[in-house]
Design a binder for this molecule. Structure first.
Ligand SMILES: CC(C)(COP(=O)(O)OP(=O)(O)OC[C@H]1O[C@@H](n2cnc3c(N)ncnc32)[C@H](O)[C@@H]1OP(=O)(O)O)[C@@H](O)C(=O)NCCC(=O)NCCS
Length: 104
């Protein structure tokens, strides 16, 4: 097993979901995460009929935003001090893609 990629939560009322992924460090830089993310997005839109899929990353981890952008997601903004991790507030970046944008 070299990593995971999948849905982490669903908002059924809004027909949307959040995705996440993690990859073993020994396999970074091979564009495996963007490839896996595209497959999950395809399943979300074509298989589940979702309207919107979003992803979050901790600011400072912009390589994760690169993964989202490579999969076609657009940066939306930063949720300031959104999480409390190990004694500190952490801001979280958000990217998303709509079903109408996927595959263009
Ligand atoms: C984020 C992550 C999934 C990237 O996966 P990946 O398959 O390596 O993705 P890519 O090969 O497309 O690389 C994406 C970016 O990561 C960075 N990167 C790639 N290899 C790297 C390495 N060995 N060291 C540091 N940064 C690296 C680069 O900025 C790259 O962008 P670029 O291609 O424009 O230069 C992986 O780094 C990871 O699992 N990190 C830890 C967990 C994590 O951050 N999960 C996401 C939480 S939101």
């Amino acid at each position: 097993m070299i990593g995971t990629c999948g849905f982490t939560s669903f908002n059924l009322a809004a027909n949307s979901a959040e995705v996440g992924y993690v990859l073993n460090r020994t396999r970074w830089g091979e564009e495996l995460a963007p490839e896996a993310l595209r497959a999950v997005l395809r399943f979300g839109f074509s298989g589940l009929g979702l309207h919107r899929i979003e992803a979050h990353y901790m600011t400072g981890n912009e390589k994760s935003l690169r993964v989202m952008q490579k999969a076609g997601m657009k940066f939306e903004g930063v949720l300031r001090d959104y999480m409390f991790v190990k004694g500190d507030y952490v801001s979280v970046g958000v990217a998303s893609i709509l079903s109408s944008e996927f595959g263009r």
